[in-house]
Structure formats: C-alpha cells, structure tokens
Design a protein around this ligand. Structure first.
Ligand code: MLT
Length: 260
C-alpha cells in the first residue's frame, strides 16, 4: 500500500480501481479501512483514493489540533502528488466535515460531493467543551472510554456482528493522542451552509435512518441547501451507513458517479 511524505510525515493511502477519481475521507476515530465494502468493490469506472488522516491508521501524526483544514490540506497534497486536478470528494461524518473544508480550500477541484452521515453546522460552545473533555480523557485514559461511549452510537442495533467487531477493533487500535488532536480539531469547525449553497455540482447526501449523531433531519437540511442534490436515507442503518447497508450504498454511489 502506498505512502507519500508530507512535511516529513508518512501519509498512507489506498488507490484502487480505474476511471474517474473519487476521494473518500474517513470518520472519527476510524481509518481509511472503514471503507472496506467500497474498497473491495469500487464502483465501475471509478478510481477510489482513500487516505488515513494524520495520526490514524498507518499515517504519522501531526502537531497541534487536527483541524478539518489540516485533513483537507494533506489530501490536497496527495492529489498534487497523484497529478489529479479535479475529482469527486466525499466522506463519512468527520470525513464529511473535511470534505467541506477541502471544498472551501480548493473549490475548483471538486466536481461532485458525497456527504455521508455528516453535518455542515459549526460546533457550538457546549460542543467545543465536550470535544475538549473527550480529548483530555483520551490523553489520560487511552482509547477504551471512547470506544465504550461511541460504539452504541455508531451502529444501529441490527448492524451485523462482523461490522461491529471490525469497527470496534479499528477504534481500539487507534492512537489516543492523535484522536485527541482530531477531537479538538472538530471543535474548531465553522459553519459551511453558505459554502454548500454555492456548490454548483451534483451532490449525494446519505444518512442512516437511525443515525443518532447526525440524524436524517440534518441530512435533509443539508440536501436542501445544495441545488440538484440527491438524498438517500438508508433504512435501519446508524451512523456508518456505508458499512451497515453496503449493497444499497454502493449501488447509489455507482449510479451517482456514472450520471453526467
Ligand atoms: C465521526 O463519526 O466522525 C464522529 O462521530 C463525528 C463527530 O463526533 O462529530
């Protein structure tokens, strides 16, 4: 699997399939491997580029809070390295926040958006305080308390055992300092509504009907902001719709990317 070096840091990514490129950005506190049903069967005619964000998976950590702009800048450096000037960009949850940051940093490079179980609003003061408390707990006690707190909220009760097992193992293997940096980075998010309302390309907004973190109502609001967006609500899925309903997700993604 390829690595690329950014400012002396190893940055790991997956590059599978052939055709029009799609960058997929993973959620918190997971890795690019959390797109396994998509990596195993990339949509026809699509090249999937899936990095591990700094400090996650096999990518080395950075300094200071991992802002959504930092995640986006690393991905942009990778696109430069791969000589990809324009592409579809998407992500799940924190990966969606980072996709919007990338759109803000480099609007001319984004042809399509795929926003999955994510939200475009700013973090409020209470949210910022919660992020700081999470970061401090990660630094003091490691990944375990976060795993215990997040597992019941990430997946719907009916999620397959295999998905539950893999997601939990991925979280447990995480680097607590890097997760703390990303928690603080998410706390610094600004409002992206205006940015989305200016986006002129096609967009696919996906949400699990049982997602308690970024519920369907938020997905509907986001889809309403983007002209020409499609909204897909995946019945029975929680916050990780691409893992919980992989066949329906992959089919919708393939259809969306093939259009136009
Ligand atoms: C994620 O799945 O990336 C996180 O739940 C996002 C968040 O905590 O806002």
């Amino acid at each position: 699997m390829p690595y690329f070096t950014i400012e002396g840091r190893a940055y790991h990514y997956r590059d599978v399939g052939r055709g029009r490129p799609l960058l997929l950005l993973h959620g918190f506190p997971l890795t690019g491997a959390s797109f396994w049903p998509q990596l195993d069967a990339p949509p026809k005619g699509t090249r999937l580029i899936v990095p591990d964000h700094r400090g996650f998976g096999q990518s080395a950590p950075g300094e200071g809070p991992t802002t959504m702009e930092a995640i986006a800048s690393d991905a942009l450096a990778l696109l430069d390295e791969l000589k990809i000037s324009q592409l579809a960009v998407g992500g799940v949850s924190m990966g969606g926040y980072a996709s919007m940051a990338l759109l803000r940093l480099a609007p001319a490079r984004v042809t399509r958006l795929v926003l999955v179980d994510t939200w475009c609003g700013a973090e409020d003061e209470a949210g910022k305080a919660r992020r700081e408390a999470t970061a401090q707990e990660l630094e003091a006690k490691g990944m375990e308390p976060l795993v215990a707190a997040m597992m019941p909220r990430l997946l719907a009760p009916e999620a397959p055992d295999e998905v539950r097992r893999r997601v939990e193992a991925m979280m447990r293997a995480g680097n607590p300092k890097a997760a703390a940096a990303a928690a603080r980075g998410m706390g610094l998010r600004g409002d992206q509504r205006e940015l989305l309302s200016r986006f002129a390309g096609p967009a696919l907004v996906v949400v699990g009907s049982l997602d308690p973190i970024t519920p369907p109502e938020r997905a509907r609001q986001m889809a309403g902001l983007i002209q020409g967006s499609r909204l897909l609500e995946l019945e029975g899925a929680g916050h990780l719709a691409n893992l919980e309903r992989p066949e329906a997700f992959n089919a919708a993604l393939g259809e969306f990317l093939a259009f136009g």
